[in-house]
Ligand binder design. Structure first.
Ligand code: 26Y
Length: 821
C-alpha cells in the first residue's frame, strides 16, 4: 500500500526533509548544488502534493461508494492564486515546513515566492470561484469544479511610460506540479456541420449531429484540500487537443499541412483567457470555449453517474450544477442534447432532469455585460444546440402565453431569442429557464435583479429567486496573506477555530477599548505596511512611508468603479497643499492596483492619468512629504496578498447600483482597513454588520441615482457650480500631467463634463467631505484603531464558508460528508 509510506505522507519535519531530498533527486533530477530556484520549488511542491493525494483519493473513493450528492461548479474562470502556501496551511504544516527548510539551508519564503500563480480569471467572478472551492472542501461538501485549463491566463501587466502594457502570462512554462493530466479522461466536442433525423432501433425519430470539426477535451485535475479536514475536492480543467481521427482523415488524403492546421485550430480553444470582463464581445472563439468546457463537463458528469449510480432518471439527485454567470449557460442545452440524442430520452423526462439539475448565479446588472450571441453564429457553430434552444423556447413561451394570454410585449421580452436586425440568443434567459434557482450576489443586487434585468422572470417564478451574498476565504485572505494578524487573532481567541468559523472573531469586541491590545493591533498593521513598502521599493524603486495613511483602491479598472473619482480628490489635495501653507492633512499614500481590459481605451487612459498624477505629485518636493501616489503594477492574487493587509483605508466607491457585490471590500475589511464607500453591492451589508459608525459612507443612493437620471442629469451644471471641482478638471486639461499636452486626457474630462454616465461629478463633493472627515478621524489613533478592530470583529458574515453554507442549505441541498484521515 503506497499510502503508508511515511516519506510520502508523513507530516513530521524529518519526513518532509526526506521527501524533499528524494523529490529533488528523483523528480527534478538534480543534485542540490546545481538545483535552480524552480527545481527547489518543484521538489517542495511535489512533497506537499504527495500529502494531498491520499486525502484526495480517499475522498473520491468515499464519495463514490456512499453515492454522495455532489455539487458541480461550472465556471469559465478560477483565479486561484499560489497553491503551495495555501496547501501548507490547510495541511497544518506551515511551521514544520519552515523548520524543515531551515535545516536544509532553504528559505521557505523564497520557495513560496518562486510559484507563478495560476491566473485563470479576470477578477471578482473568477476569484469567487476559487474561494468557493476552498470553502466547499473545508465545509466537507463533495464537489467538482469544472473549467478551462487556459495555457495563458490573465495577462501580466507592466507599466511603460505610465501606460499599461500587456505581457503574456506563461504560468505553465516551468511545469505545473499541482495538476495531474488524465489522458484517458477525454471527451469529443463537436462543432459546425449539420443535423439529420433518423429512426433508431425502436423506430423512434432521433436526431444525429454530423459535425464539421471534432475537438477533444483532456481532463487535468488539481486537488483542492479543505482547511483542517481530510476532505479534498476535484478541480477538473479541460485542455483542448486535436482528435487523432481528424488528423488521420487529412493524412490519408496526403494533406499533411491541413492536418497540422486542424491541430492548431483545435488547440487554440483552450489557449487563452479572454481578458475582458464586461462588456461582452461576441467572438466566435469565446463561444467555442464555452461550449468546449460545458460539453466536456456534462459528458463527464453523465459518465460518472452511469458508472456509479446508474439510471439517468436519478441524475439530478446525484448532481446539482451551479452556473457561474451565463458563461456556462450552454450546459442546459447540452444536457438536453445528451439525454435526447445520445440516450434516447423523450423531451419531458429529459427536461425534468435538466431543470432539476441547474441553478444560476447572476453577477452583473450592466446591460452591456449581458451575453447574447448572434443566431447566425450559433447556427453555424452549434446547429444542434440551436435547435434545442428553439424547442426550449417554444415550450417556454407557450407556458407564458397561457399565463399572460395576449401579452405579446411580455412574450418578446421573455423570449430566449432577441428579435431585431440581428437575432440573438439571450444567454441569461437560457440559464434562467433551465434552472430551478436563480440568485444574485448581494441583497441590493438581488433586489435590482428582480426589478430590472430579470423582472419578468421574477413575476413568473418569484420562488425561484434567492440572495446569497458573496464571501471570501479567511484562509486565503487572512491566514495566507496576513500571518501576523492571524497570530494575534489566534492569541485572542485562544485557538484557531476562527479560521473556519469567522464569526468567532466577535470576541475581539471586548478588546476594542483595550490600550495594550491597540498597540498590538497597530504593530500588526505597521508591519504589513512596512512589508509592502519594502516589496515596492525592491520591485519598482518607489519609496513609500509606512507611517502615512495607506489609502488603497485595488480592483479591475472600470468607469463604474470610479478610480477617476479617487483621482479628482488627489488632484484637489495637490492643488490645496501647494496653494495653502496652512492646509496640512495627515500624510497619505494613495495606492492603486488593477488591470484594464486591453480593448478598454478609457480604462487605460485612467491608468495613464494615475501614473501621470503620481509623477507630478511624487516629483514635487512641496507636496511629496504630504501625499504620494503609486500605481502598483500587476494586481493579482499574489500582489493582493500584500495590499489587503497593508491598507488603512479601502476605497469602495462605485456608483450605487452598479457593483453587483464586490469582494475586495470584504478582503480589506477583514484585514482591518476602514471603508470609504457608497451604498452599493455588499458595502451596504458590510456597513450594517460593522456598524454605520465604523464605516465612511458617502454618495447618492441607488434610488437617488435613478431619480437624478430621470430628471436629466447635467454634469456641466455641477462643474459650473463648484469652483474647486472646476479647477481640478481644468488642471487635468491644462497639460500639467502630460508634459504640456492639453489633449491627452480630453477624452476623459470631456466624457465627465458631457455625459458622466457614472455620476462622478454628482458624488464628488460628498466624497471630498467624507475624505476630510477621514483625515480628522485618522489623527485620533485610538478612535481609528477601535473602528478597525470592530470591523474585523464583525466581518465574520462575509466568509465564503457562510456563503457556501447558504448555497448548500437553500439551493443545492447538499450535506457535509466527512473524510477520515
Ligand atoms: C462575458 C465576458 C466578457 C465576461 C467575463 C468576465 C463578463 C463578466 C466577467 C466577470 C465579471 C465579474 O467579475 N463580476 C463581478 O463578480 C463578483 C463576484 O460576484 C462581484 O463581486 C462583482 O461585483 C462583479 O462585478
Amino acid at each position: 500500500q503506497p499510502v503508508t509510506d511515511p516519506t510520502r505522507i508523513g507530516l513530521t519535519k524529518e519526513a518532509l526533509k526526506q521527501a524533499f531530498v528524494d523529490n529533488l533527486f528523483y523528480i527534478q533530477g538534480r543534485f542540490r548544488d546545481v538545483a535552480t530556484a524552480n527545481d527547489i520549488y518543484m521538489a517542495a511542491a511535489f512533497t506537499v502534493r504527495d500529502r494531498l493525494l491520499a486525502r484526495w483519493l480517499k475522498s473520491a473513493q468515499h464519495f463514490k461508494e456512499s453515492g454522495a450528492r455532489t455539487l458541480c461548479y461550472l465556471s469559465a474562470e478560477y483565479l486561484l492564486g499560489p497553491h503551495l502556501i495555501n496547501n501548507l496551511i490547510n495541511l497544518g504544516i506551515l511551521e514544520t515546513a519552515r523548520e524543515a527548510g531551515e535545516e536544509l539551508g532553504l528559505d521557505l519564503g523564497e520557495i513560496l515566492a518562486t510559484e507563478e500563480e495560476p491566473g485563470l480569471g479576470n477578477g471578482g467572478l473568477g476569484r469567487l470561484a476559487a474561494c468557493f472551492m476552498d470553502s466547499l472542501a473545508t465545509g466537507q461538501i463533495p464537489a467538482i469544479g469544472y473549467g478551462i485549463r487556459y495555457e495563458f491566463g490573465i495577462f501580466d501587466q507592466a507599466i511603460e511610460n505610465g501606460w499599461q502594457v500587456e505581457k503574456s502570462d506563461t504560468w505553465l512554462k516551468n511545469g505545473n506540479p499541482w495538476e495531474i493530466p488524465r489522458p484517458k479522461i477525454t471527451f469529443p466536442v463537436r462543432y459546425f456541420g449539420h443535423t439529420e433525423p433518423y429512426q433508431d432501433e425502436q423506430g423512434r425519430l432521433r436526431i444525429r449531429w454530423i459535425p464539421g470539426l471534432v475537438v477533444e477535451g483532456v481532463a487535468h485535475d488539481t486537488p483542492i484540500l479543505g482547511y483542517g479536514v481530510a476532505n479534498a475536492n476535484l478541480l477538473r480543467l479541460w485542455k483542448a487537443q486535436a482528435t487523432e481521427s481528424f488528423d488521420f482523415q487529412a493524412f490519408s488524403t496526403g494533406d499533411y499541412y491541413r492536418a497540422v492546421q486542424a491541430k492548431i485550430e483545435a488547440e487554440t480553444i483552450s489557449k487563452v483567457l479572454y481578458p475582458n470582463d464586461e462588456p461582452a464581445v461576441g467572438k466566435e472563439l469565446r463561444l467555442k470555449q464555452q461550449y468546449f468546457f460545458v460539453s466536456c463537463s456534462i459528458q463527464d458528469m453523465v459518465r460518472l453517474h452511469l458508472a456509479t449510480v446508474g439510471p439517468l432518471d436519478t441524475f439530478a439527485d446525484k448532481f446539482v450544477a451551479q452556473l457561474n454567470d451565463t458563461h456556462p449557460a450552454l450546459a442546459v442545452a447540452e444536457l438536453m442534447r445528451i439525454l435526447l440524442d445520445e440516450h434516447g430520452l423523450a423531451w419531458e423526462p429529459a427536461w425534468d432532469i435538466t431543470h432539476r439539475t441547474f441553478a444560476f448565479t447572476n453577477h452583473t446588472l450592466l446591460p452591456e455585460a449581458l451575453e447574447t450571441w448572434p443566431i447566425e453564429l450559433f447556427e453555424r457553430l452549434l446547429p444542434r444546440l440551436l435547435e434545442i434552444i428553439y424547442e426550449i423556447n417554444r415550450r417556454f413561451l407557450d407556458e407564458v402565453r397561457v399565463r399572460y394570454l395576449a401579452d405579446e410585449a411580455r412574450i418578446a421580452r421573455l423570449s430566449l431569442i432577441a428579435e431585431g436586425e440581428t437575432r440573438r440568443v439571450r444567454m441569461a434567459h437560457l440559464a434562467a429557464v433551465g434552472s430551478f434557482a436563480i440568485n444574485g450576489v448581494a441583497a441590493l443586487h438581488t433586489d435590482l435583479l428582480k426589478t430590472t434585468v430579470m423582472r419578468d422572470f421574477h413575476e413568473l417564478w418569484p420562488d425561484r429567486f434567492h440572495n446569497v451574498t458573496n464571501g471570501v476565504s479567511p484562509r486565503r485572505f487572512i491566514v495566507v496573506s496576513n500571518r501576523r494578524l492571524a497570530r494575534l487573532l489566534t492569541s485572542v481567541c485562544g485557538n484557531e477555530d476562527w479560521m473556519r468559523d469567522l464569526t468567532a472573531l466577535r470576541r475581539l469586541e471586548s478588546l476594542a477599548e483595550d490600550q495594550g491590545f491597540h498597540e498590538d493591533w497597530r504593530r500588526v498593521k505597521l508591519a504589513a505596511k512596512d512589508q509592502l513598502a519594502r516589496w515596492l521599493a525592491a520591485k519598482t524603486g518607489v519609496r513609500i512611508d509606512p507611517q502615512t495613511l495607506f489609502d488603497v483602491q485595488a480592483k479591475r479598472i472600470h468607469e463604474y468603479k470610479r478610480q477617476h473619482l479617487n483621482l479628482l480628490h488627489i488632484v484637489g489635495l495637490y492643488q490645496r497643499i501647494k496653494q495653502d501653507a496652512q492646509f496640512r492633512p495627515p500624510p497619505r499614500t494613495f495606492l492603486f492596483g488593477g488591470k484594464a481590459a486591453p480593448s478598454y481605451a478609457m480604462a487605460k487612459l485612467i491608468i495613464k492619468l494615475i501614473n501621470a498624477v503620481a509623477e507630478v505629485v511624487n516629483g514635487d518636493p512641496q507636496v511629496n512629504g504630504h501625499i504620494r501616489v503609486v500605481f502598483v503594477p500587476d494586481f493579482n492574487v499574489t500582489t493582493g496578498q500584500l495590499l489587503y493587509p497593508a491598507a488603512d483605508l479601502s476605497e469602495q466607491i462605485s456608483l450605487a447600483g452598479k457593483e453587483a457585490s464586490g469582494t475586495g471590500n470584504m478582503k480589506f475589511a477583514m484585514n482591518g482597513a476602514l471603508t470609504i464607500g457608497t451604498l452599493d453591492g455588499a458595502n451596504i451589508e458590510i456597513r450594517d454588520a460593522v456598524g454605520p459608525e465604523n464605516f465612511f459612507l458617502f454618495g447618492l443612493t441607488e434610488a437617488e441615482v435613478r431619480q437624478r437620471q430621470a430628471d436629466g442629469y447635467r454634469p456641466s451644471d455641477i462643474y459650473h457650480g463648484d469652483p474647486e471641482l472646476a479647477t481640478i478638471i481644468d488642471l487635468i486639461d491644462s497639460g500639467l500631467f502630460a508634459h504640456g499636452d492639453k489633449t491627452l486626457f480630453r477624452p476623459l474630462t470631456e466624457n465627465l463634463l458631457r455625459h458622466d454616465p457614472f455620476m462622478v461629478l454628482a458624488d464628488f463633493r460628498a466624497y471630498v467631505s467624507c475624505q476630510t472627515l477621514i483625515d480628522e478621524v485618522f489623527q485620533d489613533s485610538a478612535r481609528w484603531t477601535r473602528m478597525s478592530i470592530l470591523n474585523v470583529a464583525r466581518i465574520g458574515h462575509f466568509s465564503s464558508d457562510r456563503a457556501i453554507r447558504e448555497y448548500g442549505e437553500r439551493i443545492w441541498k447538499v450535506e457535509p460528508v466527512p473524510i477520515q484521515v
